[in-house]
Design a protein around this ligand. Structure first.
Ligand SMILES: Cc1cc2nc3c(=O)[nH]c(=O)nc-3n(C[C@H](O)[C@H](O)[C@H](O)COP(=O)(O)OP(=O)(O)OC[C@H]3O[C@@H](n4cnc5c(N)ncnc54)[C@H](O)[C@@H]3O)c2cc1C
Ligand code: FES
Length: 317
């Protein structure tokens, strides 16, 4: 096999950076343009799939551009690629445009901030299995925790364009208003469901915000919004509802518990450290139930997931 065939097999691609801007207190938005073979590969990208971004050759920002909390770790090696989802993917003629919304938390994401328009980004993808829309569903309840937003935003777009028969509602949670990864903030955060959050309103998806400290929307965990909605809509046909969630594992566990108690289908996007992203290193194992048995097996988050049926996952029990 030639080197070129090998790189095709592994989905190693490059993309041109169209823009890369700070979009909030700690998060950035990078817009990438895929051309040629990569444009075809990413045109088929499914919400919830991911890429492994190579930041190993990128520059470290100057000291004054490094957040204080990251000064110590900024120079750590970034030999391993890092997993990221896309919040939007659009086919434009021969090209595919993808938006990467990322939080600056360590050496790789810090280096990513130095990319400028015209630079070339190197990555593997599309990887993993994304969200699916089972036949017969009429209402999708999307639950976001902090940086779990990108794949859920991508899913909201798919539902609003290709599954117009599905009513879609988003519950968005974060610790504080500053930690909400929303590019455009509403003039005022309403407490109930509304079309006030531009990220979802532009897709005609009503949403509700909850923060732990009450600085935006309702005070308290976002899972309470989901539980309340299910309670208030107890007369709906459960078979026609589906819950989708991405966020911290404790939130996913609560979402899974609520959905199970109400007998509603639920898909969760799981996070693990992913050293390779392609099933080789076994660093991303997730304990899963075996249907009809008390046994469990380990599945790979990068290959079998990251999206799983919530009933499969053995959360930290
Ligand atoms: C499928 C998938 C999709 C993702 N999509 C996005 C996205 O769209 N936007 C975004 O900002 N981030 C996303 N992430 C998280 C992102 O991969 C990490 O934040 C990444 O490690 C950052 O690299 P870093 O070198 O900057 O920080 P690191 O030094 O790698 O990490 C900083 C801190 O975060 C912890 N951490 C990193 N990755 C994980 C993980 N997977 N699980 C638990 N703790 C972790 C580390 O232990 C460390 O304490 C995604 C992760 C997965 C698995
Ligand atoms: S990240 Fe290497 S096997 Fe999953």
């Amino acid at each position: 096999m030639t080197q070129r065939d090998e790189s095709r097999k592994k989905g190693r691609h490059t993309a041109t950076v169209l823009s890369n801007v700070r979009a909030g207190e700690c998060f950035w938005k990078m817009r990438l343009r895929f051309a040629g073979e990569a444009a075809g590969a990413f045109a088929r990208f499914k919400p919830g799939q991911f890429i492994e971004f190579d930041a190993s050759d990128l520059a470290i920002p100057t000291t004054e551009d490094i957040p204080k909390a990251l000064l110590d770790g900024a120079r750590r090696s970034v030999l391993l690629r890092r997993p990221f989802s896309f919040s939007d993917v659009t086919v434009q003629g021969d090209a595919t445009i993808a938006d990467l919304l990322y939080c600056v938390v360590g050496p790789a994401s810090l280096r990513m901030t130095t990319l400028r328009a015209g630079d070339i980004a190197s990555l593997l993808g599309p990887l993993g299995n994304g969200f699916t829309v089972p036949h017969g569903k009429r209402t999708a309840l999307l639950v976001v925790g902090g940086m779990g937003l990108p794949p859920i935003r991508c899913l909201a777009k798919l539902l609003s364009t290709e599954h117009k028969e599905v009513e879609t509602i988003a519950f968005i949670g974060a610790r504080t208003m500053a930690a909400l990864p929303l590019e455009e903030r509403p003039a005022a955060f309403e407490e109930g469901l509304s079309l006030s959050v531009p990220t979802f309103a532009t897709l005609n998806v009503p949403s509700m915000v909850a923060t732990d400290d009450g600085s935006a929307g309702r005070r308290g965990p976002v899972t309470e919004c989901l539980a309340r909605w299910l309670q208030e809509n107890a007369d709906r046909d459960r078979e026609k509802l589906i819950v989708y969630a991405c966020g911290p594992e404790r939130m996913l566990e609560a979402v899974a518990r609520i959905a199970k108690a109400k007998n509603v289908g639920c898909q969760v996007s799981m996070e693990r450290h992913m050293a390779c992203g392609i099933g080789l290193c076994q660093s991303c194992a997730i304990e899963c139930r075996v249907e009809g048995s008390s046994e469990t097996v380990y599945k790979l988050c990068c290959q079998d997931g990251p999206v799983f049926d919530a009933r499969e996952i053995v959360f930290g029990e």
